[in-house]
Design a protein around this ligand. Structure first.
Ligand code: ADP
Ligand code: ZN
Ligand code: ZN
Length: 881
């Protein structure tokens, strides 16, 4: 089904937008993604209420019907006609279907529902991530969209000649009559089919003559809620009013001239007829006004563009000058004002009638960011993320398809937001791993897809971060070293260390496929905080010494002192605790020694499957295993400890040692309910607590000027995750957390507690030195052929049967080992072998980026997989666990 060479166009019979109307070919078949109606009622296993299942069905294309991939079709299903999307043309009917059983496509309802560039995007995702197109469409479209859409018929009066009735049959005449009786000339199929006998025949006639057209209307899920509001419209009441009427107007004036009707009636103790009389006299108006839905957020006060710093305005002018596709890395230290640059880059686009897409790691975590966009662009801003209800998603989709200039802020899946006329895509905190989907397929990275989208829509892509991913860093630097991206990896060498200039720009050499437009890459830097505020000094505390000197608390003396001062000075602080990962590493509390795999540069993960089972240490890359030692192999200390300390424990400890400090816990436990993030952050911003204690969530974009202290309780949990990306991620997280301190007028301070203060990541964080850290890290990646120098594909297998999944993994690995140019790591059990009763194994494939043609035949790989074993192909995996 899939071809291996990604540089070739996808193996579909026709490209989107290309017609497939060969008259010579009598029998043509097409796969249609159908929203199966009524399945929920009929099927034995009932899907969730309201969730219809979309499935692929094969239909025959009748002669003379012109169909393009991505068209919305109407097809017979059971005794009904339903909507479906044309997915794939087939030269042969499927072997398991007798041609006689295959029914005909009824009609094309909505040609070009997907614009060509959008369809191409879906195809590219399907191809690169080895995922059937239908799955990609499911990812992109709100669930059940088609099933709930209405197919409608609309008059085209400009085409209809006078005396039209004489040319068509009875049913067609009746259709015309009904349509013409209505101002908009527009009715749903469903309605007309009930009204008119022979509707389908009549409709066909009218369509052939071009007198009507069909279209699809997306479900209108929630009608906007409205409430009557009373508005004062005179400044001086007319003289013919009585005393009571004057009083009423005076009340309204004192309330700012506007009140909800219900409130007003209560306050004045009056009645609606009394108000109506005032309305007749032209003193007030009573009208329906929309109540904004809660997800539109609380009203925010409008603000004005800020006058920019020099670096900001240089960055902005480069972005504004871009014409067409380009990638920009906006590398700005924490608090350097990246968001202001985004806002001012978007404003002129909206004025030109274009839209912008802003992707953020987790929407719930960034109420501040959405507020800032709303303050600038008001109701042109909408939010799109997976936590929206299905109805809210329909509404946002309709609004996006309407094409009005707008800003959509969303998480990963919003990269598929169907905004026409896209002028700019922004990925904020582009290094964040939540842009990657681990499962289900497609295992896409929003940054990768955004890149394609920007290319297909021919608009710029801005990647913003204080700690750019190595991928993005290297991509803007490659164009600086005149290297063909698919060429010799040696030339990517970082040892040459070309310092990024303020603005780099060079067209990339033509790609092998020859189809790509030249890429221009830009590096833009905001090296200073706003108002030249300094980055906070970072104090590193060696927790080994604390222990030696008799401090058994989880807080070093330094941190304790800082916490004490916090209260005295009336300032606020943040304590960061690394979320306890699934796998934990083991280290010695006396000497800091970390148990590592002798064959790989990763720490061993602690495994303990059940009570009574031996405690094991294991490498997730090569499956090396050893038993958990009693004593430290280095210094024989018995104080071996597996890391990971939860927020709860820290909160308890704080309550014991600093009962006077008021704290707010901010982690996945306390932020589960809708709006909890915002509530907790607002409480904190209002000074209702002294300390915010939390996990990873604290790293993302918080801009709280009162925060002066940031404490990292134990950095080690981040440093030694058994993953080749551990260092990069640790550096990013620690730098981001540290960046929360000292954003206001009072200078900040960061205290990082660790058992390995000599770790390069700690040193880099302490020195705010992105560049040296990145250079060193890239060198290591290159030596081991890890991304961004090499590429990875992770095969995740799971099964209820531990033996079967292990044997399958083995068989697949053996088959793959025949292939040249592939480095196979594993098979190895996943770090938590059993999850939800499934046993999980994985195989990692490592290859050079130009080895793509030698990639395995996935069909064959899937064939090695018995039904009881599920296989996910994770392309460019980020989460190895
Ligand atoms: P970043 O996203 O780079 O961490 P922010 O955009 O959050 O930085 O900006 C940090 C703070 O500086 C915010 O409170 C923002 O309102 C403020 N700010 C940004 N640009 C300016 C400017 N040009 N003048 C004054 N304040 C600014
Ligand atoms: Zn030791
Ligand atoms: Zn190993």
């Amino acid at each position: 089904m899939y071809i291996n060479d990604l540089s070739l166009p996808p193996l579909v019979v026709a490209q989107a937008g290309e017609s497939y109307n060969h008259n010579t070919n009598e029998n043509r078949w097409i796969e249609v993604l159908v929203d199966c109606p009524g399945i929920a009622k009929e099927a034995v296993t009932e899907p969730e209420e309201g969730e219809k299942e979309e499935k692929l069905y094969t239909y025959r294309l009748p002669a003379g019907l012109e169909v393009k991939l991505g068209d919305i079709l109407s097809v017979p299903f059971g005794r009904q006609l339903v909507g479906g999307i044309a997915i794939r043309l087939l030269a042969q009917p499927p072997a398991n279907l007798a041609p006689a059983e295959i029914r005909d496509v009824e009609d094309v309802i909505h040609p070009k529902f997907f614009r060509e560039s959008y369809w191409q995007l879906l195809e590219r995702v399907s191809q690169y991530y080895y995922t059937p197109l239908i799955q990609v469409i499911r990812t992109a479209l709100p669930p059940g969209l088609l099933g709930r859409s209405q197919t409608r018929l609309r008059l085209k009066p400009e085409n209809i000649p006078s005396g039209a009735n004489e040319f068509v049959g009875l049913a067609a005449r009746e259709i015309l009559k009904i349509l013409q009786s209505q101002g908009s000339g527009d009715y749903s199929f469903k309605f007309m089919r009930r009204q008119i006998k022979g509707f389908d025949r009549g409709k066909k006639q009218l369509l052939q003559r071009g007198w009507v057209e069909t279209y699809i209307e997306m479900p209108r899920y929630s009608r906007p809620q409205t409430k009557p509001v009373v508005t004062l419209i005179v400044s001086i009441p007319p003289i013919d009013l009585n005393k009571r009427q004057r009083e009423i107007l005076e009340v309204l004036r004192r309330h700012g001239g506007e009140l909800w009707l219900s409130e007003f009636l209560q306050i004045c103790n009056t009645t609606t007829p009394t108000l109506r009389r005032l309305e007749e006299k032209g003193c007030i108006v009573i009208e329906e006004r929309e109540i904004l839905r809660s997800d539109r957020g609380p009203t925010v006060t409008a603000d004005q563009p800020k006058s920019l710093s020099l670096a900001q305005s240089q960055a902005l002018s480069t972005i504004k000058e871009l014409d067409g596709y380009a990638t920009v890395l906006l590398h700005g230290v924490t608090g350097s004002g990246k968001t202001e640059v985004y806002l001012q880059a978007i404003a002129p686009l909206l004025a030109q009638g274009k839209s912008a897409l802003v992707l953020v790691p987790e929407i719930g975590l960034t109420p501040q960011l959405t507020d800032r966009f709303r303050a600038r662009f008001g109701n042109k801003v909408s939010v799109y993320h997976s936590a929206l209800s299905t109805g809210e998603r329909y509404d946002t989709w309709r609004q996006m398809l309407a094409g009005e200039p707008q800003v959509v802020i969303g998480t990963r899946s919003a990269v598929f937001a169907p905004l026409p006329n896209l002028g700019l895509i922004i990925l904020d905190e582009e290094h964040d791993s939540s842009f990657k989907q681990d499962s289900p397929i497609p295992t896409y990275h929003a940054r990768t897809v955004a890149q394609w989208r920007a290319e297909l829509e021919n608009c710029p892509l801005v990647l913003g971060s204080a700690t750019p991913s190595l991928e993005s860093w290297i991509s803007v630097r490659i164009s600086d070293t005149k290297t063909d991206r698919h060429g010799d990896a040696e030339k990517f060498s970082v040892t040459a260390s070309p310092r990024p200039r303020h603005v780099l720009q060079r067209g990339e050499p033509p790609q092998r496929s020859g189809s790509r437009v030249p890429v221009s890459s830009h590096y833009l830097s905001l090296p200073e905080r706003i108002h030249s505020r300094p980055l906070p000094p970072v104090e590193v505390v060696d927790m080994r010494q604390e222990l030696q000197q008799g401090n058994r608390s989880i807080f070093s003396r330094s941190l304790q002192e800082a916490l004490q001062q916090l209260k005295q000075r009336g300032q606020q602080g943040i304590l960061f605790i690394h979320r306890r990962g699934h796998s934990t590493f083991v280290s010695c509390r006396s000497c800091g020694f970390v148990l590592e795999c002798p064959h790989c540069d990763v720490s061993l993960a602690y495994h303990h499957t059940e009570e009574g089972a031996p405690q094991m240490l294991r490498c997730h890359y090569c499956n090396y295993a050893r038993s958990h030692p009693k004593n430290c192999p280095e210094c024989s200390s018995p104080y071996l400890k597996f890391f990971g300390s939860g927020t709860q424990r820290v909160a308890q400890e704080l309550a014991k040692q600093f009962p006077e400090l008021r704290l707010i816990r901010f982690d996945s436990d306390t932020t589960r309910t809708k709006g909890a993030h915002r509530t907790l952050l607002t409480q904190f911003a209002n000074g209702e607590a002294d300390l915010l204690v939390g996990t990873q969530m604290l790293t993302k974009g918080l801009d709280l000027p009162q925060v002066t202290l940031v404490g990292v309780v134990a950095a080690d949990g981040l440093l030694h995750l058994s993953d080749y990306r551990a260092s990069e991620r640790a550096f990013q997280t620690l730098t981001q957390v540290a960046g929360r301190a000292g954003r206001g007028e009072d200078p900040g301070k960061v205290i990082v507690q660790t058992y390995t203060p000599e770790h390069p990541v700690i040193e880099a964080v302490q020195n705010h030195d992105y560049q040296s850290f990145t250079d060193a890290e890239l060198e290591q990646r290159q030596a081991l052929n890890y991304p961004p120098h090499g590429r990875l594909i992770l095969l995740r297998l799971s099964s209820l049967d531990p033996m079967e999944v292990e044997n399958t993994a083995q068989a697949i690995a053996t088959a793959l080992s025949q292939q040249e140019g592939l480095d196979i790591l594993g098979p190895a059990p996943a770090s938590i072998l059993r999850v939800a009763n499934r046993y999980r194994w994985q195989i990692m494939l490592k290859f050079a980026p130009d080895a793509l043609p030698q990639l395995p035949d996935w069909e064959q790989v899937h064939q090695l997989c018995p039904k009881s074993v599920s296989l996910t192909i994770d392309v460019d995996p980020i989460n190895m666990m």
